[in-house]
Write a protein that binds this ligand. Structure first.
Ligand SMILES: Cc1cc2nc3c(=O)[nH]c(=O)nc-3n(C[C@H](O)[C@H](O)[C@H](O)COP(=O)(O)OP(=O)(O)OC[C@H]3O[C@@H](n4cnc5c(N)ncnc54)[C@H](O)[C@@H]3O)c2cc1C
Length: 358
């Protein structure tokens, strides 16, 4: 969110400095599965997701670099009647919001996507969705922002933030930086900054559990997920051939002191039982690595975006609840529009921090 906001603010001619105590793109973003998925989203979030999807399509031109965005489609398999009913309800409700899902019966599924979901009874398919490389995106936005004038300060500790007559003074390990506007886009750590300004957000830090297999011949083009009454799993095959997977088990808690999320090897066996339903051929494949990442989950599963409720000049964009990779370009663009013009053509009201005000 920070790198894309810096880019879109700089494009509007605004002087912007991005401060990060770590390397750029080393937070939740780099740990992400990389799913660019609109299926299953909270419906009032779809305008923001559409804005973001349009930007993903322009990413190579905007950033001057291939961040491996591929519109391979997002396939969601269905294994039982209740999940089929959920899919139908979502598809009907999402159509007026501009998202149309194809419904595939078992025969369509076997014909178009052989080898996936041997016991699936149907599926939904969102042809314009897909994935991108989470390791490339943050640095690519930061480099593109720097080329058009943004100041990027990685490895810069923030010691404190004070109000001044004209805005904010941020005390950092590189000195004090003054600005009229402050955008709090520090992911899972956003709660602490909001609290400094009297805004309490019910956010907890958790780590979704991810894994990757050895490389295999390339056979799976779309991102594959599942409609499920339980915790669904998902996978995609990267171009090098490895299958990246996640879901199927509860997220693990993260120590708020360190913010380090660790994958739990004990959960792998349970996770693979669900993952293998998506792609039975995985039964004979070796998993070579597991990882996790620290993500901020807000109690109502929606992010916090928009102006502060207490402090003029302060804006928030944090707590993306495991759905923020897809939204990143759109969030940066929307926040830049809001900061530059005072309004945003994309409705942000459901994400207003004031929903938690006493
Ligand atoms: C394992 C995993 C898988 C995921 N898979 C998907 C997916 O497939 N699709 C999807 O849409 N979403 C996914 N998500 C969610 C998505 O990755 C996040 O919602 C998104 O990357 C959040 O971006 P962010 O910029 O808000 O936070 P981050 O990427 O965490 O960036 C926050 C930055 O703030 C910095 N920071 C911390 N404290 C301060 C401070 N005081 N001052 C300044 N900077 C600070 C950090 O160093 C960090 O660089 C996944 C998340 C995880 C963890």
């Amino acid at each position: 969110m920070g790198t894309s906001a810096a880019f879109f603010l700089a494009r509007r001619g605004i002087t912007v400095t991005l401060i990060d105590p770590n390397a750029i793109g080393a937070g939740a973003t780099t740990a992400s599965f990389g799913n660019i998925r609109r299926t299953g989203r909270f419906l009032p979030q779809l305008p923001l997701a559409h804005r973001s999807r349009a930007l993903w399509g322009q990413a190579k031109d905007l950033l001057g670099r291939d961040v491996e965005f591929r519109a391979t489609g997002h396939l969601r398999l269905i294994f039982d009647a209740a999940s089929h009913a959920d899919m139908r309800r979502f598809a009907d409700a999402a159509a007026p919001w501009g998202l149309s899902l194809e419904e595939l019966d078992a025969a369509d599924l076997r014909r178009r996507f052989p080898g996936l979901g041997a016991d699936a009874i149907s599926a939904s398919f969102s042809p314009q969705d897909g994935s991108a490389n989470p390791r490339l995106v943050g640095p690519a936005f930061a480099d593109a922002a720097a080329r058009i004038g943004a100041r990027i300060l990685p490895h810069t500790k923030v010691h404190g933030i004070a109000r001044t007559d004209s805005g904010f003074a941020v005390q950092t390990s590189r000195g004090t930086l003054e600005s009229a506007v402050l955008l709090n886009c520090v992911g899972a750590w956003g709660k602490a900054i909001a609290a400094q300004f009297g805004e309490d957000v019910p956010l907890t830090m958790h780590g979704p559990q991810m894994g990757v297999t050895e490389p295999l011949p390339h056979r799976v083009l779309p991102v594959v997920g599942m409609w499920s009454q339980e915790i669904g799993a998902y996978l995609r095959q990267v171009e090098r051939g490895n299958i990246v997977f996640g879901g199927g088990v509860a997220r693990t808690p993260v120590d708020p002191q360190t913010g380090h999320a660790k994958a739990d090897p004990q959960l792998l066996r349970t996770q693979l039982k669900t993952v293998v339903r998506l792609l039975p051929a995985l039964r004979d494949v070796a998993v070579i690595r597991q990882w996790s990442g620290c993500e901020g989950y807000v109690a109502d599963d929606l992010p916090v975006m928009g102006p502060s409720g207490t402090t003029p000049g302060l804006f928030h964009a944090f707590g993306f609840c495991g759905h923020g990779f897809q939204l990143g370009p759109g969030v940066g663009d929307a926040m830049a529009e809001l900061i530059a013009t005072g309004t945003c053509e994309t409705p942000l009201a459901p994400f207003d921090i004031k929903r938690f005000a006493p």
